[in-house]
Design a protein. Structure first.
Length: 249
């Protein structure tokens, strides 16, 4: 027989983790991690230093895109047996271009309790830091590795009339900016790099300007790409870059 206290405890907690600066985590997130019976991680090797930094020692189990199908039933069984399972990814909010979506779908289907904690998000940091209009925006996840599909996604973003955000690899950024400069040279673009890390930067300008800039300066680090049509009242008349050095623990 399952006790009421065990039933109340049984749930999943999806917990956002820092996107760069490891102290960017809420008190509630830390307490929930400490209270959990185990922690499902996208990469246990990546998460271990963060947990050790905050003095958290719990059993870790991997949950990533390559093992979700077989791992989720195991985790659901553990929850049914009364365990409280915390779920974290390498950075940011679980489910946003990271594992989490399939787990929540199964929880809904099987009436297993879950909670989503608020916290760090590269999407929102980039949106506000860019200075682009934020009353309406869309997030397109990672752009396709295929040039044709990337072009279609970028054209749709330009046609939307509002700010659109993508995750992009530094290895493909120049190619993506070239596509943008061909589709709409005066499109407003921001490349947000290494958010919350020591060398966080925001590069703003037209698609043509940023294509020229990064063709001469190879991009590095984790990137959020923001795109807005050239139509609109607010516009950065020349290429600008904000660079901020942040203290890291």
């Amino acid at each position: 027989m399952t006790s009421d206290s065990t039933t109340a405890r049984a749930r999943f907690s999806l917990i956002p983790t820092p996107i760069g600066h490891r102290d960017d985590i809420t008190l509630r997130a830390l307490q929930t991690l400490r209270d959990a019976d185990c922690i499902a991680c996208e990469d246990t090797r990546h998460s271990s230093p963060l947990l050790q930094h905050h003095g958290i020692q719990k059993p870790l189990i991997s949950l990533h895109e390559h093992n979700e199908v077989r791992r989720i039933p195991e985790l659901l069984d553990r929850a049914r047996n009364g365990e409280h399972i915390a779920v974290i990814t390498d950075a940011g909010m679980p489910g946003i271009s990271d594992p989490g979506y399939r787990l929540i779908q199964r929880c809904i289907e099987e009436s297993i309790p879950y909670e989503i904690l608020p916290g760090p998000s590269a999407v929102l940091n980039a949106l506000i830091g860019s200075g682009f209009p934020c009353h309406a925006f869309s997030f397109g996840g990672f752009l396709s590795v295929k040039k044709g599909k990337r072009g279609q996604s970028l054209q749709s973003a330009l046609d939307s009339g509002h700010t659109h955000l993508f995750f992009e690899s530094p290895h493909r950024l120049i190619s993506t900016l070239e596509i943008l400069s061909q589709l709409q040279p005066l499109a407003r673009v921001c490349v947000a790099r290494e958010l919350t890390k020591k060398f966080e930067t925001y590069h703003r300008g037209t698609a043509a300007e940023l294509f020229a800039h990064f063709s001469k300066h190879s991009p590095k680090g984790e990137i959020v790409l923001l795109v807005h049509s050239s139509d609109g009242s607010a516009y950065f008349s020349e290429n600008s870059t904000d660079s901020i050095e942040l203290d890291e623990p």
